[in-house]
Structures are given as structure tokens and as C-alpha cells.
Design a protein around this ligand. Sequence first.
Ligand code: PEP
Ligand code: MN
Length: 364
Amino acid sequence: MSATLDIVPMQDWINTGGKPLIIAGPCSAETEEQVYETVTQIARAGYAHVIRAGVWKPRTRPGSFEGMGEAALPWLQAVKKETGLPIAIEVATPEHIELALKYGIDILWIGARTTVNPFNVQDIADALKGVDIPVLVKNPVNPDLALWIGALERLQNSGIKKLAAIHRGFSNMQETRYRNSPYWQIAIELKTQFPQLPLIGDPSHMAGKREYLFELAQRALDLNYDGLIIESHRDPDKAWSDAAQQLTPVALGEMLHELHIRRPSYGADYQSELERMRAKIDNLDRELMEVLAARMAVVEKLGEYKRDNNVAVLQLDRWKQVYTSRADWARRLNLYPETVEELFKLIHMESIRKQTEVMNQVGA
Ligand code: PEP
Ligand code: MN
């Protein structure tokens, strides 16, 4: 299905002076003092455009801290008054929305565990009919782009035009470096389909550990994301949720300062240099294709030879030798060996397909 979204540009609802949007704040609002100290420290450091805080926490297992609920909303109202910064919270039900609006919350987000469920998303969209408020939609926990788009469309159908997507990574069966695998390609595909939709990176929930925040935030900026949402706590190790991934307001400021913000648009020189390099890449890809075609021609001859001598197509020893040697060659050429191995698996599969085709033709 090809569709478009009618989006109000982000700069029309939050002024970031052309810089990436920074949303910072604790994973959860825990106590009045924790909210006050964390938010005033963030405000003093001066980098944030919006404050985030979790009020209702969707916890994977029961028994962990599930958020302070309505009690936390006056604390957020108070720090908004004190700092002038707009407040964003997660909502998962129509009741959450009613309370958020009652306490003057400025921006809502839909969590990853809610985006997966079209019933919940529809309830939220219905509750937002006629309400003019920005809504940020986190990707679903599972790597399913259609669910992410579906949630955005349901909100759009309720008249929400101040929309943005938050990319927080996807859960994974295997132990990986990150708590949630980024699968950048999925977010890039979303941006490709909806270029006007602002995209915000959530390195906190991708990383799971504060040591990985910088590399993930930088990657998001390298991909020209429109902003970042990052968790910050006055005393991260003592946080009641997501302790390992939070930074103090000052440490977050230092990290943001180290990030390189890439130029989002190009000048004329840059444009022509870009075009020159792209033309070069086009030519190299054509050459690659010619080499591949030449390789396939040899494979075809090989298939005929095996057929005429009644030899099996797949020779395991040969295949092992091919792909270990290719990985070695890759290393010497400064290419990433795992990637080259994957590439040769595909090329090998195509060779097998071709030879099987030849095998089944009657010999000359
Ligand atoms: C959060 O932002 O604290 C949160 C619960 O995130 P997610 O929905 O991405 O897990
Ligand atoms: Mn969190």
C-alpha cells in the first residue's frame, strides 16, 4: 500500500533553531525531588528542547516499578513552570491521555509495547480525535515496519498532523552488543516512504548501557535524524528503571557536546562533488556487474562439464575453500570479512542454481 502522511513540520511545533531536537529526562518520574533536581539540572545545562519522563511504565515482568501514575503529573507541571520546557510522557490508554491533557502535558509518545497492538493504538487514536497535540510513535518491539506505519496512519486518521517517529531498536533473540538491535535499515525505509516525517533516535533504549550511547547517537546524526531522545537521571545508578543506560544531566551535556552534527543540506559545490562521486560509484557497480556476468559464464561451463562427467553440483570442500579464501582476501583489501562472506554465500547460491539448471538440460 502506498500512502502519504500529512505532516506539520517539526519546526512549527518546537523551535530548535534548526538544530536536532533534544528530548532529555528520566526514564521514570520517581519522586518530586528526583524530577525537580533532574529537570532543573538539564535546564541549567541548556541543551534540551523538551523534557521526557515515564509516568506509567510498561515493565516486561510484574513486580518491578510500574510508574507513579497520576501522582507524578503535578511534579511535571511544576518543573514545566519553573524551566519553561515542554513536557513529553508516554501514554498507553485513553485514561492516560485524559490525565495528560488535564495536567497540561505538551507532547505524547506511544511506547514500543503499545505500537505492536493495533487495538491499543486505535483506542489511543480515538481518544485523540479533535485534540491538537504532537504525538511521537516509537517503533514496535518486533522488527515490523508495517506496524510502525499502521500506528502513524491510525493517528493521522484521527486528525493528528504533528507526528514524529522514534527509533528505539528492536528486540532480539540473541545476546547482542545492544539491548535492542537498531536495524537501521527499517528506520531508513520509513524515512524513504515518508520523507517529511521527523525521525528521532532513542540511543538509550537501543544501548541498554550508557557506554554505547555515544556511538548510537552519532550514528543517528550521521543518518541525518531530526533529533534524539535520551534518558537522564540525577543519580543514574539509583534509578528505579533503566539504571544502566541513564546519564547525569551534566554527563549528557558533555556527550552531546562531543557529537558531530552533519550538514543536513548541501551547497552547490557539495552537490556537484556528490554527483561526481555517485557517478564514479555507478561506473564501478557496472564493472562489478560485468565481472559477475563473466563469473557466471565460467560457472555455466563448469556446470556443463560436471553434467557431462556426471558429477554432483555441490562440492562441500570446494565451497569451504572458496569462502574462507574470500574472507582472507577481504581482510587484505580492508573489507569487512563477514560482509564479504555473506556476499559470497549469495553468489555461491546463484552458481548452484545456474549449475542445477545446466545439469537438467540434455547434454549436447
Ligand atoms: C521509555 O521510553 O522509557 C520506554 C519504556 O521505552 P520503550 O517503549 O522504547 O521501551
Ligand atoms: Mn526507559
